[in-house]
Design a protein around this ligand. Structure first.
Ligand code: HEM
Length: 411
């Protein structure tokens, strides 16, 4: 953005915080977004079902990624964007893998088509927004009106589009911020859901875990086939699965610029201190806490480097009842950052991730044919991390599971 636009955007940052608390973090609004997300995903999966069951194999993550992107983009931005710009999904995920290279200012020559691709995304988003304003008669439908409408979608997106004008942001800057919110929306929760699904279906994993997950999913299915989201996201094993996935696979660099000097203890008893100065940039990498052997490798639990879906499940010794517990991990786990700018999408992310997992597993059965690596070559290994800069957010799978899909008979 040009300097003057950065100034306008920063001066109105408090508007964003207000909009997020009004339209993204409140319980009721999260439920509205989830209900739109699950509605579209259901439509997409039902449309798909007839076709994918005919195929001898599909790439599981690749398939899930594109379906979830469609559903979350339509839930947030309305129906027209993907009609207008069907290649958004492909462009977006390529942009996502280039993302940190822009911050680290790699020479343009080393960045392939990252710059023209980003320009193309801006061009498309700018054209879309102008056309949607025309279709809406000049101004988006009031965010206090319907929860969702087809042109600009959710309350949050309508509020954001109105706010761009109020903050004197150009349509080009608006397009950049629309790409920003798409990044927030899709770049972490989709890979996280992919990892959950791949681990559950891994032929080498304990089948009892998938059986217990299916039990919890069925309990959250209502008689009309829809999901009781509140029950779904409070099921003990599902919560543990989500938390373990974020622990092992998010790699965020929580970044702050110090507004005053800060004296920071380097050890528990405060004998060694370091002074950080006003104006310094401070990076808190989640990777260190999330992989701290002392915090995660308690007796009887697999090492911190291993995926262990039940890591946060406690069992009552008398009743056998399962519960979710994160005791003993304070300060070691912060996939959503913290403080004033803690991720405002964290509640929606959990509902979206577990909602998508439920919809996929309750509809389909998957026979795993094998693994492929990042270059789609057959492999003996469960997918590892894709190559990325440290701090890229949720780590993308560097490979996939080849699966044969069939409709689940008993729902
Ligand atoms: C697993 C999923 C997600 C993870 C791991 C994640 C992680 C993060 C992190 C680490 C931050 C920076 C927080 C800080 O500076 O303290 C952030 C900010 C943000 N996230 Fe998320 N996020 C996820 C999902 C979402 C979703 C679904 C949305 C929905 C739109 C979203 C929207 C945002 C926004 C708008 C910000 C900027 C907040 C601000 O600067 O005030 N995120 N996220």
């Amino acid at each position: 953005m040009p300097d003057e636009q950065i100034h306008n955007a920063e001066a109105g940052k408090h508007h964003e915080i207000e909009m997020n608390s009004k339209y993204l973090t409140s319980h009721e609004r999260v439920n509205e977004l989830t209900s739109e997300f699950t509605k579209v995903l259901e439509e997409v999966l039902d449309k798909d079902a007839a076709e994918i069951v005919q195929l001898s194999e599909i790439g599981l993550y690749q398939w899930l990624r594109d379906r979830m992107f469609t559903a979350s983009t339509r839930a947030l931005m309305g129906d027209e964007l993907l009609k207008d710009y069907p290649a958004f999904c492909v462009d977006f995920f390529n942009f996502d893998s280039d993302f940190l290279s822009f911050f680290f200012q790699l020479p343009k020559a080393m960045m392939g088509d990252a710059f023209p691709r980003r320009d193309r995304i801006f061009d498309n988003l700018e054209r879309w927004s102008k056309r949607m304003h025309e279709l809406s008669g000049g101004t988006p439908v009031d965010p206090e009106g319907p929860a969702w409408e087809p042109i600009f979608g959710s309350r949050l997106n309508r509020a954001r589009q109105l706010d761009y004008k109020q903050r004197k942001l150009t349509t080009r800057t608006g397009a950049a911020l629309d790409l920003g919110i798409t990044f927030g929306l899709s770049s972490n929760v989709i890979p996280a859901t992919g990892w959950m699904l791949m681990h559950l279906l891994d032929p080498r994993a304990d089948p009892a875990v998938l059986a217990q997950v299916m039990k919890e999913l069925r309990e959250a299915e209502t008689s009309d086939g829809s999901l009781d989201i509140a029950l779904l996201v409070s099921q003990p094993l599902l919560q543990s699965l989500w938390t373990e996935t974020l622990r092992l696979y998010t790699d965020v660099l929580v970044t702050r610029n110090l507004s005053e000097d800060l004296l920071l203890p380097l050890d528990e008893d405060g004998k060694r201190m370091v002074t950080l100065h006003k104006g310094d940039n401070v990076f808190a990498p989640s990777w260190l806490g999330h992989h701290d052997a002392k915090a995660w490798s308690s007796p009887g639990k697999p090492a911190d480097s291993e995926f262990y879906a039940e890591r946060f499940v406690a069992k009552d010794s008398k009743t056998g009842k399962l519960s979710f517990s994160m005791s003993g991990t304070a300060g070691k786990f912060f996939p959503f950052g913290g403080g004033k700018t803690i991720c405002p999408g964290r509640l929606f992310a959990k509902q979206e991730g577990l909602g998508a997992l439920a919809m996929v597993l309750l509809r389909f059965e998957f026979d795993v044919i094998g693994f492929v690596d990042a270059k789609k070559r057959d492999s003996e290994e469960f997918p590892g991390y894709a190559r990325a800069f440290a701090g890229s957010g949720a780590v993308v799978p560097g490979g996939d599971l080849k699966v044969k899909v069939s409709r689940r008979q008993m729902r």
